[in-house]
Design a protein around this ligand. Sequence first.
Ligand SMILES: C[S@@+](CC[C@H](N)C(=O)[O-])C[C@H]1O[C@@H](n2cnc3c(N)ncnc32)[C@H](O)[C@@H]1O
Length: 300
Amino acid sequence: MRHIPVLLNEVLEGLNLSKNSKVIDCTLGDAGHSEAILDKIGPKGKLLGIDADPESLLRAKRNLYRYENQVIFVRDNFVNLKEIVIANNFENANAVLMDLGWSTPQFKERGRGFSFENDEPLDMRYGGITGETATDIINDYSEAELEKILRYYGEEKLSREIAKEIVGARAVNKIDRTAPLVEIILGVYRRKLKTDKEIPWVGGIHPATKVFQALRIAVNKELEVVRQVLPQAIEILSSGGRLAVISFHSLEDRIVKQFFVKNQNKTIRTINKKPLVANDEELKNNPSSRSAKLRIIEKI
Ligand SMILES: C[S@@+](CC[C@H](N)C(=O)[O-])C[C@H]1O[C@@H](n2cnc3c(N)ncnc32)[C@H](O)[C@@H]1O
């Protein structure tokens, strides 16, 4: 199933594209945004497409085969944006897009540990084979460090109880799959809510949602890379060029918002004071758009 690009019309309009534009998509994914961008910038337009995940890049290549001569594909973390741009002679871009987070196929693919619906190895790295996995964090971090990750990155209210339970359980058996971790979280919630329901839903949300979000953010250093890429994006834009950032949780959106406010009228001007969000029709057709927030600025 192909990922449905969120806020597509708003991105296309907000990036102020014209024929022949030079555009950077820092998060290619299934290339839904890129495909529409390429249609808009015409046969002389150019796109530099980046994704850290080799499988996403393969899918993007397949989806963009018609535009092969106009696209440079790069498998890398966008935290290296400036270096990537220099290496590919792509300075003075007219537009940069970041659609943060994960594509639908990444969550649905078995085996990466992103989803708590299947029993999978606890990995959660999008970028391949190096760096810490979720298993490393769960088994090696101290109880205090775990608690902090769950509280800060997951905004998990029961972070202390869950961290304690994880430390107790891992002393008996290494926790290296999603199912035992989910069971630990469910156990904590059942006790707290005094229920024996198999899944004690919390406000319509599965109790493991926040812990999984927290681990994903920690494994991939998601907040740090956003913090580091924003100034690079401004630097490599041409004057009058636009940057659009779509974020899916408040921690990311806060970083983007604060960076834009800090640089307002110095290096950038804000295009939309309030973030753009999905309208009713999009929400109906694509429920994953419900938490998307789009912020756009222009380089002065
Ligand atoms: C929400 S999806 C993008 C979907 C895309 N706009 C589309 O229309 O199909 C985000 C993509 O960004 C990639 N990604 C996330 N963080 C990244 C990072 N720091 N560097 C490079 N790619 C990243 C993910 O692998 C994923 O493929």
